[in-house]
Design a protein around this ligand. Structure first.
Ligand SMILES: *Cc1c(COP(=O)(O)O)cnc(C)c1O
Length: 349
C-alpha cells in the first residue's frame, strides 16, 4: 500500500546534475556561469537590514518586477517573478495540464518537462527534432494545452529563429499556450520578448541562474500578457520570491554592464572551445548557449565521461536513447577549458 497518488508512486523524479562536495574539481556539468555575479550584488547582500528580513516580502517581487519590466520594454503587469525559472515551469504545467490536457515539446530537451507532466498525470507528447534541430512541424498540430519550446535548446545548444516561433505561436493561437523557455537567451543572437505584445498565448521564461551568475540565489520571471500573468499568479505561493532574492535580482538586472561583459567572455570561450573540440574530431554543432553538445564516437561518450571524472572534470552525460553518444559541456573559464582540452587530448589520442 502506498500513501501517494498512483502516478507519484510510479514516477522516478527529476535527477539534477551532480554537485560535488569539494571545490577542487572542474565543474562543467550544470551550465553555471564560471564567473561570480556583479560586485553590486554582494554589496546589497552585505547591506541587508534586519528590517528587510523581519517583514514579509512584496508578493509580486516589487523592484525586481519593475527592473525586469523595464529591461524588456513592457509594463510590470506583464511580469511574474518566480523562485527560479523552474518554478515558472511547475506553475505553468499545473495551470494548463491535467489528465485531459496534454503537454507537448520537441525532444531531446530539458528533462524536467516530462517529470512535471507526470506529476500532473498529464500526457507528454514528445516530438523529435530533425538532425539539424529544426522544430518538428507536427508541434503546431497536437491537442496539447501547453507547448514548450526551449530556445536556445538544451542539451543541443541550437537556436530557433524568432520568426519561426512567431509562426508557431500563431498556429497555436486559441488552442494552446506556447511557453518559450529562454533560460539561455543571454548567450543567443535574439529573443522572443516582443512576441508577447502580439500573441495572447505566449509566455517567455527567463532565469538569472545562467547569464547573471545567480544559480545559487533562485530568481526567474515570466513575461506574458496581463491576462495570462493574472491567471498564473493564482498558482504561486504568496511569498515565492524572498526579500534577499528581490533585492539581489534588482541590482543584478540593473547592472547590465557587468552582466554583458561576463556573457561576452563566455561567448568568446564558446567559440574557442567549439573549434578546439572539432580539431579533436568531435562533432560539435554551433551553440547559442553557454554549453556545447559534443558527439563522441570512439571511445564512447560514457567512456570519455568516466575518464574525465577520474581527472576530476565533470561534464554531463545521460545514458538515455538518442542522447547517449553526446556530452554536454558547460563553458568554463579559459583555464578550466584548457584543462578540459588537455584531458580530452589524452583520452582521445
Ligand atoms: C536552468 C534552466 C531553467 C531555469 O533554471 P532556474 O535555475 O530554476 O532559474 C529552465 N529551463 C532550462 C532549460 C534550464 O536549463
Amino acid at each position: 500500500m502506498s500513501y501517494f497518488r498512483e502516478n507519484i508512486e510510479k514516477m522516478a523524479g527529476y535527477v539534477p546534475g551532480f554537485q560535488p562536495k569539494t571545490s577542487d574539481v572542474i565543474k562543467l556539468n550544470t551550465n553555471e556561469n564560471p564567473y561570480t555575479p556583479s560586485p553590486a550584488v554582494l554589496n546589497v547582500i552585505h547591506n541587508l537590514s534586519g528590517e528587510q528580513l523581519r517583514k514579509y516580502p512584496d508578493t509580486l517581487g516589487g523592484m525586481a518586477r519593475e527592473a525586469a519590466a523595464k529591461l524588456n520594454g513592457v509594463s510590470p503587469e506583464y511580469i511574474m517573478c518566480t523562485n527560479g525559472g523552474d518554478e515558472l515551469l511547475s506553475i505553468a504545467v499545473r495551470a494548463f495540464c491535467d489528465e485531459h490536457r496534454p503537454l507537448a515539446y520537441p525532444v531531446p530537451t530539458y528533462s524536467l518537462y516530462p517529470v512535471l507532466a507526470e506529476i500532473q498525470n498529464a500526457k507528454a507528447i514528445e516530438l523529435p527534432f530533425d538532425a539539424e534541430f529544426n522544430l518538428p512541424s507536427a508541434l503546431a498540430k497536437t491537442d496539447a494545452a501547453l507547448t514548450i519550446v526551449c530556445n536556445p535548446n538544451a542539451p543541443s545548444g541550437s537556436f530557433t529563429s524568432v520568426d519561426e516561433l512567431a509562426s508557431l505561436a500563431d498556429e497555436l493561437k486559441g488552442k494552446s499556450v506556447l511557453l518559450i523557455d529562454e533560460a539561455y537567451i543571454d548567450f543567443a543572437p535574439a529573443n522572443c520578448a516582443a512576441l508577447v505584445k502580439k500573441f495572447d498565448n505566449v509566455i517567455i521564461l527567463r532565469s538569472l541562474s545562467k547569464g547573471y551568475s545567480l544559480a545559487g540565489l533562485r530568481f526567474g520571471y515570466a513575461i506574458a500578457q496581463p491576462k495570462l500573468i493574472e491567471g498564473l499568479l493564482k498558482l504561486k505561493d504568496s511569498y515565492n520570491t524572498d526579500a534577499v532574492a528581490i533585492a539581489v535580482a534588482t541590482v543584478a538586472l540593473n547592472d547590465q554592464k557587468y552582466f554583458r561583459a561576463n556573457v561576452e567572455k563566455v561567448m568568446a570561450e564558446r567559440k574557442r572551445l567549439t573549434s578546439e573540440l572539432r580539431k579533436l574530431r568531435l562533432a560539435v554543432p554551433d551553440s547559442s548557449s553557454n554549453f556545447v553538445w559534443a558527439k563522441c564516437s570512439r571511445p564512447s561518450a560514457e567512456t570519455v565521461y568516466n575518464k574525465l571524472v577520474e581527472r576530476n572534470i565533470y561534464v554531463r552525460f545521460w545514458n538515455s536513447p538518442g542522447i547517449k553518444d553526446n556530452l554536454r559541456i558547460s563553458i568554463g573559464t579559459p583555464e578550466q577549458n584548457d584543462k578540459l582540452l588537455a584531458a580530452l587530448k589524452e583520452i582521445l589520442k
